[in-house]
Design a protein around this ligand. Sequence first.
Ligand code: SF4
Length: 440
Amino acid sequence: MSEKRCVTINPPKMCQPMGAIYAYLGVHACVPLVHGSQGCATYPRYNLCRHFREPAELATSSLTEDAAVYGGRKNLIEAIRNVHARMHPELIGVLTTCLSETIGDDVKSIIRECEEELDGIPVITASTPSYVGTHLTGYDNALKSMLETLAAKGNPNGKINIVTGMINPGDINEIKHILQVMGVSGIFLTDVSQTMNSPIKFPKPHYPEGGTTLAEIGDAVNSLSTITLSAACGTASAKLLERKFNVPAALGAMPIGVKNADAFIQNIARFTGKPIPAELERERGLLLDALVDTHHYLYGKKAAIFGDPDMVAAIVRFCAEAGMKPSAACTATPHPNFAPQIKAVADEYNCKIEILEGSDLFALQEVMKKEPVHVLLGNSKGKDLANDENVPIVRVGFPVYDRVGAFRYPIIGYNGSIYLLDQIVNAILEHKYDQQKLHQ
Ligand code: SF4
């Protein structure tokens, strides 16, 4: 980001509570409880509802001015009692906000005060102040808290833990497909594939089906290994499992594109000793075929990518695999893996990629003005930038709110990569024909 600026403009990131809520919503019958002002629950709920087109059940301790002076103890105890009495959850996931962290509420001791009234329902606390980290830190913090609280050491279960991070139901279903084809059982930490994409049923179930159960989270300490799909969004949890419970961790590259999907599948094969089945080889072949079929459309085309660091790094590599020239990679979440991953692609494919780390969309636009691109990839926050620069945008990441259904489709694995490839090619073609019409 330019050193001349002392303001951030349109950073592609959200606050820690957003990530913690995402992690809690992937747990069966869990109610996230935002310990803060109402806006801190409304903002994430708004984004979740717009992205998933699904109601997101969140509770709030609803702090106001008096809490800022006297503390939020009274509100939090009342909120926990209300959630327990009215919603009958299996888990209450408390997360803090800027306000409750600044007040300095001792949330753990407040919870201990009312624990006995909860009929054994566990209450987890995640410290998620928004003036440090981003939504990804929040996800990791909430997951780490759940693992610390619910860990139940027992016999080896032969399973693989998958730290999903903030990916879509379509992506989780694709990972489930890969595991199923390989004959491997997984524990998903956590799993929004059904909780945020549920069918309409009458009578309406109290909680949506699916989500990781508390027993599964506890059992994660007995697994063969932990694989994270995003190092920025699972390292603390994976390291905890490794350090405390001897569960080895593989901190992924997100499995988008040929090389990264290969590495993910090889990791599963390595940890479980299972062979890679013909079905996955076939899917890999279909991805290669799709790359060959579209090469003449994509060769030399420039792309700018923004979003979460692991997703951006993986898409940069995939664009290079497709013969494109990724020319700008932008993330607001700094991570030590980000620049090395992008530089590795630049060296391997002999291209120049502008790296914007801890940056924003204003800086990305400056880069795109100097070095115009054929396509932009990122979430809905990039639509104005795409309009300004007259480039097509392929919507990936979270949130996607100006199109429907993005959550349904994977961009992960061989099948997801084929879908993403089709989106990129079709966006470029559609834009080309639109421009031709304009000039007729
Ligand atoms: S006040 Fe802090 S925690 Fe609340 S929505 Fe804003 S950034 Fe997030």
